[in-house]
Design a binder for this molecule. Structure first.
Ligand SMILES: Cc1cc2nc3c(=O)[nH]c(=O)nc-3n(C[C@H](O)[C@H](O)[C@H](O)COP(=O)(O)OP(=O)(O)OC[C@H]3O[C@@H](n4cnc5c(N)ncnc54)[C@H](O)[C@@H]3O)c2cc1C
Length: 425
């Protein structure tokens, strides 16, 4: 007779990893190399967010050579190219096949806590409860799509969809489309619609932009050479505020190019300032379009300046580029538009995401709900985070830096497990 659920012992794992994306798998790779028993709980399938949370034409913005999963760097034919969504999934799957991680797909972690100040963490999952000495949160940080509080005031006649649910132009109703947000997703979705011949309107926010190819190389190659990707958060001039900075916009589409919104304006895309309010079919915009375009260009020009200075200082022979000149300037931009009159039938929200840590019942967060940690090691004994932007370096939340952070966490856990074993002996 099988023991009743009550008398069955609760399974214990030295390490539980929550999330089977590139970050969770990278930690698993290093734990396996160190011979540390662990399990990954992944509520969907490995690489889920690349499979399901990106639009059809999605490709990386960072070049393929930056894909450096542990001991598994990109080895395809196009290191300077930008993998498409399916190729990214294939890369992650190939990495997993290589070391056969102990992943349990389809199992969601619903709560983690420490009962009565006990030594082990209690982990409640959709497949039952387990305990763990260590738990790594590798859930990505893009859990809750953000929409503005006034989104509910939009008339039902206008379809609204968040970027996470946007797939392709044909899935939106016929008519003109307004994209809200000019971060990486917003500008790429705007371009996707524009290239498909849709009439597009774009609310331009405060996101900065980056050159793509400059003076003979991709800007990311120059930044690599200049040591930017080695800069750690503790030495960053902005300190912790670096974590809140919006990503620079550009694209990897069709071999990669920069995005100058002024050129899109000349090409028929209508630009507005930030969206400030909605009343039925009427949208109100802030009067900040010119400032937002200028600010984005200032960052763009400053990156070019830094590259110029590096080239000059090191006497590098690199082709010259013409100075940047704005090709278009907003004049009398409307501060209000009526979707019904303009023929706008859909709005795409591209204003970002919030992480969901509501399932972590441990004192690991600051007053604003942000996890506290030093290079992923939280002040709560046995709790770790990985895969977040500027967790340690710029690359920590991307393919570039996750391997180093994973190696670091695996080392810390290994030392602590050994110390625990020694103390118990
Ligand atoms: C639109 C967009 C574009 C990006 N472009 C690039 C780029 O060009 N280059 C680059 O290097 N990076 C890019 N990134 C950043 C980063 O590489 C990705 O976000 C990447 O998916 C992060 O990997 P991860 O493993 O940290 O998280 P994720 O890939 O999000 O994986 C987290 C996993 O955790 C699972 N999960 C969540 N909660 C639970 C739970 N409670 N229990 C069990 N499982 C759970 C999810 O199902 C998911 O599979 C981009 C991000 C976004 C959003």
């Amino acid at each position: 007779m099988s023991p009743s659920a009550a008398s069955r012992p609760v399974p214990h794992h030295p390490v539980v990893i929550v999330g089977g994306g590139q970050a969770g798998l990278s930690v698993s790779y290093h734990l396996k190399a160190l011979g540390i028993d662990h399990v990954i709980f992944e509520k969907n399938r490995i690489g889920h967010s690349w499979r399901e949370d990106r639009w059809d034409s999605f490709c990386l913005v960072t070049p393929n050579w930056q894909c450096r999963l542990p001991d598994f760097p990109y080895a395809g034919p196009d290191p300077k190219g930008f993998m498409l969504k399916d190729e990214i999934v294939a890369y992650i799957e190939a990495f997993a096949r290589r070391f056969d991680p102990p992943v349990r797909e389809g199992v969601a972690v619903r709560r983690v806590s420490r009962r009565d100040g006990g030594r082990v963490l209690e982990v409640e999952t959709s497949a039952g409860t387990v305990t763990a000495d260590h738990l790594v949160v590798a859930t990505g940080g893009y859990d809750i799509p953000i929409v503005p509080p006034f989104a509910h005031a939009l008339a039902a006649s206008v379809t609204q969809v968040h970027s996470v649910h946007y797939r392709n132009p044909d899935r939106l109703p016929p008519g003109e489309v307004l994209v809200v947000g000019s971060g990486q997703s917003g500008v790429q979705i705007m371009e996707d619609l524009h290239l498909a011949g849709r009439t597009v309107h774009l609310c331009v926010g405060p996101a900065p932009r980056s050159p793509r190819r400059y003076r003979g190389k991709d800007a990311t190659e120059w930044l690599m050479e200049m040591g930017y990707y080695k800069l750690t958060i503790d030495r960053h001039p902005l300190g912790e505020r670096a974590k809140e900075k919006t990503n620079h916009y550009m694209t990897g589409r069709a071999g990669g190019h920069e995005i100058d919104l002024r050129r899109f304006a000349l090409d028929g895309v209508s630009l507005y300032g930030s969206l400030a309010g909605i009343d039925g079919t009427v949208l109100r915009f802030a009067d900040d379009l010119e400032r937002n375009l200028d600010d984005a260009d200032e960052v763009y020009v400053s990156i070019r300046r830094d590259i110029d200075a590096y080239i000059a200082k090191n006497g590098i022979d690199a082709p010259e580029e013409p100075p940047f000149l704005p090709v278009w300037t907003p004049r009398a931009t409307p501060t209000e538009i009526d979707c019904a009159a303009a023929g706008i039938t859909a709005i795409v929200w591209a204003i970002g995401f919030r992480p969901d840590y509501s399932w972590i019942d441990l004192p690991a967060f600051d007053g604003r709900g942000h996890p506290r940690f030093t290079r992923g090691v939280s002040p709560v004994d046995g709790l770790y985070f990985i895969g977040l932007p500027w967790l340690h370096t710029w690359g920590s939340g991307r393919f570039l830096g996750v391997a180093d952070d994973a190696a670091h966490l695996a080392r810390v856990m290994s030392e602590r497990l050994l110390a625990g074993t020694a103390a118990a002996a």
